[in-house]
Write a protein of this length. Structure first.
Lengths: 660, 316
């Protein structure tokens, strides 16, 4: 066993680490297949089990591919591709005989990391990715340095990764992004938690219970107060007796009359598979690529299949102005049904002189008649649901209250619409942002009052004021949902855990904002920001960098530069004259050798050549050149003419002994 | 055709070190595959708008770029202090022992090679010099000067091969390839001026007398039979060596054949045989003669004469 053959195990382990998380969803037979083949590959090396021949490998390949095709029913989706990769990746270690095979297998591990990113792009996955790359790089180093120990390899791998980090970031942030995808194939929708397109009391129960994050909003200024944290989503106009639905044709939002109490924030919306965008009540400007309707609802062009980050601006105080003609649909009700509610609303309308007082009467009704907030309300009968809720069950959550309240308003002749969205949000002290969860889903009512325009009315708050302040769990009350975790002893632990959770959430948010959500608009704004703020510095840095690199490049590219030594230049002139006469100096030839060659070929030049060479050698290599020797040398070369048979003997030229 | 290769202008005397200028770096096959894999990953990531994929791809790419620097630094500064090679016979591999220091840092997986096949992988750890042995096959007798010594590494990631070609002034004496054959029947020193004696054939078994063993006598001439009989240690003394009257002279002219290289090979074989039997022998080549003698030094002188016969302008 030489050092090389012991390398199957690290490579296989690295592959396993890279593929690991897929085990959570891959079919069992693929997991078994991979485990058996990898184990066998290790045993080939360790115990010398026979390696399968090409025929066996081909048979295994065909069997594996067929298995994958059948398992995934010939679908060519993400899952099938990863399954195929796993099945074939399991075969690769069986033929790891050479260095090259092992390198290819190690590259496969790098590629496997990428497949995870198609499924999840959380910060945790990023950390996992870094770890796998770290480990796999150490394995690759081990392949190239079979005698070294793994700890040294890990150290080198870490050093390389750290050194690569700056370049990675620069490349990542400066690399041009495309709008849309290259080949029109986009990721599958990962949105599993949808927001209801319609609203009929009873549907949101499911959502209320999930703690999944709906979105996070990072504020550039102070956070909005708890009673302002109404996140607008869908606006429902039509009511058919049991279901509220949105209007088909709502004009686009056109004239922004402006509002006060402007808040600016960045909203990072988790994929939900629908087109809705959420914004703090009331959005005043739509982000690019998003339509804003006249009822202040936002809708993107495509279903949200991935996390989307957008800049928003909302106004907390916004006068909406007179009722527009199309908004009269906010008075429509089904002609029949719910007679008791209808009668009660008509009675209020007759008794009160202003719409405001009707509204106050309705709220007082909810407050005084023993209505209760419950996440598991008794079912409502199929007919006359509003009546059944108002006069019989009186238990429900936001949808029930909003739906009934809007019905009462319309019956009383006040335009009203139901708005669904979220209410609240958990403050994260590690970042100036709110975490809004699916459990924060909420519905409320907007009524049009002549004095104030569209006004938000939350009947739920009349019944359960704590819902607004502290969220749905608090609204249920002390005996709603209680668990052993509420023990006071555990409180510090829970607080600590909460802080860790919020810190991790904050790290995730910035990861999402800066890495996952980094796209073309972000890139251009980053570049603009850099250019305006640090443009001068960056320019200077780049110039300095070029200047620093240039000598290195120039030294390599340019032929050896002309010597600065004047004596040598004169000598080179002499050499050029001889070269023209047909005796060029060879590159490795010394001056004396050259002189000998010249004298052998041209006897007539011998005295001049000997003199010049002697002077040159004396000037260049002699310890102490005589004064005036350089002038003589220069004159000798100037007068040297290979055609006429050398220079005339010059005055002052010494007929000394010549080393030639 | 028998002239030795002239000393090239690019050959440098030792010690010699690897400078940045002498480096050549390029992606190797694994590197090309890596680039291919990265391209696929980048295209896939862009297409699926997976920013993390783009990040991963750039991380791996940047790591590749950094590894290139590591490869270069792994070579720069390596210094060859000295080199030596024992003489070999033509057809054998000349083995050069190079003493190499790594400088200040540890060098991992450095390959030394004259030919792509004969690569020696070594780690160099400071500060002591490491002896690296690099072999290269020889074909002809004479002074063998290997081509450039290629020092290469693909450490750490194996994506780039970093190579420095040094041309240290190395040489190795190559003796003719010994060829066995029939021993010349006639007196090899027939034409000799002064030594007209009986024919002496190397390898004969008969010996003139036994002499008491003296320290320093070759062991292969011990008379073991006498020793086993308990008669003491004696040394077989051959007539030619003991008498000293007719030393054998291996003569160029007595070797049959027309090819001078063949003749040299035969003579080489004879010299080896004579030395092995510790016979006093001389050597006569056209224009060159070596007086009969014996011993290691004489043996080497003879072999060198054979190696350099007909080669001009070498000093050994």
């Amino acid at each position: 066993m030489n050092a090389e053959s012991k390398q199957t195990l690290p490579v296989v382990l690295s592959l396993a680490a890279a593929a690991g998380p897929h085990a959570a969803w891959l079919p069992f037979w693929i997991i078994g297949w991979v485990a058996v083949l990898w184990g066998y590959a290790v045993q080939i090396d360790r115990r010398g089990w026979p390696a399968p021949g090409p025929a066996a490998r081909q048979a295994l390949t065909i069997a594996g591919v067929l298995g994958v095709l059948l398992t995934f029913r010939l679908a060519l989706n993400r899952e099938a591709c990863v399954g195929l990769l796993a099945v074939l990746g399991a075969l690769k270690p069986l033929e790891m005989k050479t260095y090259r095979d092992r390198m290819v297998t190690a590259f496969l591990a790098y590629f496997l990391v990428l497949t995870h990113l198609l499924f999840a792009d959380s910060l945790g996955m990023a950390l996992y990715m870094v770890l796998v790359v770290f480990n796999n790089t150490a394995v690759v180093i081990g392949l190239n340095d079979p005698d070294g120990d793994f700890r040294t390899h890990l150290k080198v791998a870490g050093r390389i990764m750290i050194q690569a980090a700056p370049l990675t970031l620069v490349l990542f942030f400066l690399f041009p992004r495309v709008q849309g995808s290259l080949f029109g194939i986009s990721r599958d929708s990962t949105g599993t938690v949808g927001f209801a397109e319609t609203l009929s009391p009873g549907d949101i129960t499911q959502i209320v219970k999930t703690d999944a994050v709906a979105f996070r909003a990072t504020f550039h200024g102070p956070l909005p107060k708890p009673d302002q944290r109404y996140w607008r989503g869908v606006v429902f106009w039509h009511f058919n007796g049991e279901t509220w639905s949105r209007a088909d044709r709502i004009p686009f939002f056109r004239n922004p009359p402006g509002g006060t109490g402007i808040l600016q924030y960045t909203l990072s919306l988790e994929p939900h598979g629908k087109k809705w965008r959420f914004a703090l009540d009331i959005p005043v400007i739509a982000p690019p690529g998003v339509w804003m309707f006249d009822d202040f609802s936002l809708r993107s062009r495509r279903n949200l299949a991935q996390r989307t980050t957008y800049e928003m601006r909302s106004s907390t105080v916004y006068p909406s102005g007179p009722l527009k003609p199309w908004e009269r649909i906010a008075l429509e009700l089904p002609v029949s049904g719910n007679p008791k509610a209808w009668a009660m609303a008509r009675k209020w309308a007759d008794a009160a002189d202003t719409p405001e007082s009707v509204l106050a009467l309705a709220l007082a009704y909810f407050r005084q008649n023993d209505f209760g907030y419950s996440l598991a309300p008794p079912p409502l009968q199929a007919e006359d649901r509003i009546d059944d809720f108002l006069f019989r069950t009186r238990k429900g959550y936001c949808e029930h209250f909003a739906s009934a309240f809007a019905y009462l308003m319309r019956a009383a002749g006040i335009p009203a619409r139901v708005v669904a969205g979220y209410l609240g949000g958990e403050e994260n002290p590690y970042g100036n942002y709110l975490i809004v969860r699916q459990s924060d889903a909420h519905a409320w009512v907007e009524a049009w009052l002549p004095s104030r325009g569209w006004t938000r009315v939350d009947p739920t708050s009349a019944v359960a004021p704590r819902r607004v302040e502290q969220g749905p769990a608090a609204a249920i009350g002390p005996d709603g949902r209680r668990s052993y975790l509420d023990l006071p002893v555990l409180q510090p632990v829970l607080d600590f855990w909460k802080r860790i959770r919020l810190g991790w959430d904050a790290a995730n948010l910035y990861w999402n904002l800066w890495v996952i959500g980094y796209d073309r608009p972000h890139r251009s704004s980053l570049l603009e920001g850099l250019a305006t703020r640090y443009g001068l510095w960056i320019g200077l840095l780049m110039i300095c960098g070029c200047l620093a690199v240039f000598p290195l490049v120039a030294r390599r590219r340019r032929p050896p530069r002309a010597p600065k030594d004047p004596v040598q230049q004169v000598y080179l002139r002499f050499c050029r004259k001889l070269a023209r006469a047909g005796i060029p100096k060879m590159p490795g030839q010394g001056p004396v050798d050259y002189a000998q060659e010249v004298m052998r070929k041209r006897q007539d030049l011998a005295p001049a050549v000997r003199q010049i060479t002697w002077h040159y050698v004396a000037l260049r290599y002699g310890r102490r050149p005589q004064t005036g020797a350089r002038q003589i040398f220069e004159r000798l070369v100037a007068g040297f003419d290979p055609k006429s048979g050398g220079s005339a003997s010059l005055p002052g030229a010494k007929k000394g002994k010549c080393p030639v | 055709m028998n002239r030795p290769p002239p000393l090239d202008a690019g050959v440098h005397p030792l010690p010699l070190h690897i400078s940045m200028r002498s480096l050549r770096i390029g992606p190797n096959r694994s590197g090309c595959l890596f680039i291919l894999v990265l391209s696929a990953m980048l295209i896939g990531s862009i297409n699926s708008k997976t920013n993390m994929g783009i990040l991963l791809t750039f991380l791996l790419g940047a790591m590749g770029a950094v590894s290139l620097l590591h490869s270069g630094l792994n070579l720069i500064g390596i210094r060859i202090l000295s080199a030596s090679a024992r003489p070999v016979f033509a057809g054998d591999s000349a083995v050069f022992d190079l003493d190499i220091t790594p400088g200040d840092t540890c060098r991992r997986s450095i390959g030394f090679a004259f030919t792509p096949e004969g690569k020696t992988l070594r780690h160099l750890t400071p500060p002591a010099p490491t002896r690296v042995t690099v072999a290269i096959p020889t074909h002809r007798r004479g002074i063998f000067r290997p081509g450039p010594l290629s020092i290469s590494t693909r450490y750490p990631l194996g994506l780039f091969t970093c190579r420095a070609e040094l041309r240290p002034a190395l040489q190795c004496l190559v003796y003719p390839k010994p060829i066995s054959g029939p021993v010349p029947a006639e007196n090899p020193s027939r034409g000799a001026d002064e030594d007209n004696g009986a024919a002496q054939v190397p390898g004969v078994e008969d010996f003139a007398e036994l002499q008491p063993y003296k320290p320093g006598d070759p062991l292969q001439k011990l008379y073991w039979k006498a020793f086993s009989r308990g008669q003491g240690l004696y040394v077989k003394s051959f007539a030619d060596t003991a008498g000293g009257s007719d030393p054998m002279v291996l003569d160029w002219d007595t070797v049959p054949g027309a090819d001078p290289e063949y003749k040299l090979s035969r003579l080489c074989h004879m010299v080896l045989q004579a030395h092995r039997q510790d016979i006093v022998y001389g050597l006569r080549l056209p224009g060159h003669r070596i007086a009969p003698n014996r011993g290691d030094v004489h043996h080497r002188v003879c072999l060198k004469a054979l190696a350099l016969f007909g080669r001009v302008s070498q000093t050994g």
